[in-house]
Design a protein around this ligand. Structure first.
Ligand SMILES: [Mg+2]
Length: 360
């Protein structure tokens, strides 16, 4: 079988609700879609994203530099194709290049699962048939105290395993109050995570982390800038709350640095940012070797498969941002997602709904 054509498109989908954290605003989901066609008629669909900037650059990189080097390849040679893409653009490696690679890599895995007539999670390992979810949608920093309390109560009623709150207000006491009040309304058995989005300095994080520890925090996410590995190691030694991070890391080598310095407790790789499933599975294997759990960042629709494929995934992050452009929104029941049994990843984009958002 040979790859005959790769069609890409970029869509700008507005956020389902205003989403702000301590350092940025999610201004739009730039969805980069790649569809791979083959000479025997099978197709694979892949995608990646940005939170509002850089999508056009990623699409041009994909079209101009990645597509020409893989046309004619056998699509089942996913590792070979991933390596070809990586070395083709390695001199400009950064945030944009793995985003471009991810759309193609995910399409290749979708295609491979269809060839094998298996749901993607079974092709990748097949550890479980369902996975639980936690929600971030009710905890954005721009929401009022009343709003986050209401959303937390709703999340518990709907059966979510956990809720995540953004923190990083200018006044530390305001963070403490928001976390305390939400813990009060959700009770002790629901997991509560807090996410700093890299806002704090190392010393600030020790003080502010200690202030939050008493509320039985399941993890403290991205307390420091993503490249401050030693800062995270120091912080981890000072706190009892587990440190989670990974959404701002783009390679297995970046994760390795954190593991070697004992600077992280829970890994959060994002398949759209690490160059796709090929690299995500290697990062998952690294985590397993260090006996650390993983909890993927965002892109729940594809991460359901990856989390179900491996033994050490905790749960998946609920942000249903693709709902407006899918043929059918994903159904979560009582905080649990049942994996589909159709071949491939089963994410069916509705081209007519996507059309209104197309920018390139
Ligand atoms: Mg985060």
């Amino acid at each position: 079988m040979k790859i005959t054509q790769i069609a890409s498109a970029l869509y700008r989908i507005p956020p389902l609700r205003p989403r702000k954290d301590a350092i940025q605003e999610f201004s739009a989901m730039e969805l980069l879609l790649a569809e791979i066609f083959t000479d025997d008629g099978l197709t694979g669909v892949g995608y990646s994203y940005t939170i509002g900037q850089g999508g056009k650059a990623a699409k041009v990189l994909l079209d101009e530099d990645l597509v020409p080097c893989i046309l004619g390849e056998d699509p089942s040679n996913v590792e070979r194709i991933w390596q070809k893409m990586w070395w083709r653009i390695h001199a400009v490696v950064g945030g944009i290049s793995p985003v471009a690679m991810a759309a193609i890599d995910i399409a290749l895995w979708d295609l491979k699962a269809k060839m094998a007539e298996l749901p993607l999670y079974k092709l990748l390992g097949g550890y479980r048939d369902q996975i639980s979810v936690y929600t971030t949608e009710g905890g954005w920093l721009n929401m009022s105290l009343e709003e986050i309390k209401e959303e937390a109560i709703k999340a518990v009623e709907e059966g979510f395993t956990g809720v995540k709150l953004k923190v990083g207000k200018e006044d530390p006491l305001e963070d403490v109050k928001r976390v305390r009040e939400v813990r009060k309304v959700i009770g002790d058995s629901i997991k509560l995570m807090v996410d700093v989005n890299q806002k704090w300095t190392s010393t600030e994080a020790i003080t502010r982390g200690k202030q939050l520890e008493e509320f039985n925090i399941f993890w403290l996410e991205e307390p420091l800038p993503h490249d401050d590995v030693s800062g995270h190691a120091t912080l981890k030694a000072h706190l009892t709350v587990p440190i989670a991070l990974g959404e701002s890391l783009y390679t297995k080598q970046a994760f390795k640095a954190y593991l070697e310095q004992n600077a992280v407790s829970i890994l959060q790789p994002d398949v759209g940012r690490v160059g796709g499933i090929t690299e995500w599975m290697k990062i998952a294997a690294l985590a397993e070797a260090w006996n650390l759990p993983i909890a993927p960042h965002f892109l729940m629709e594809i991460h359901f498969h990856l989390a179900a494929a491996v033994p050490h995934a905790l749960f998946v992050e609920y942000i249903p941002q693709l709902d407006p452009v899918l043929e059918e929104p994903f159904k979560i029941k009582k905080g649990i997602f049942q994996l589909p049994q159709t071949p491939g990843h089963g994410i069916r984009f509705d081209k007519s709904k996507l059309k209104i958002y197309q920018v390139l």
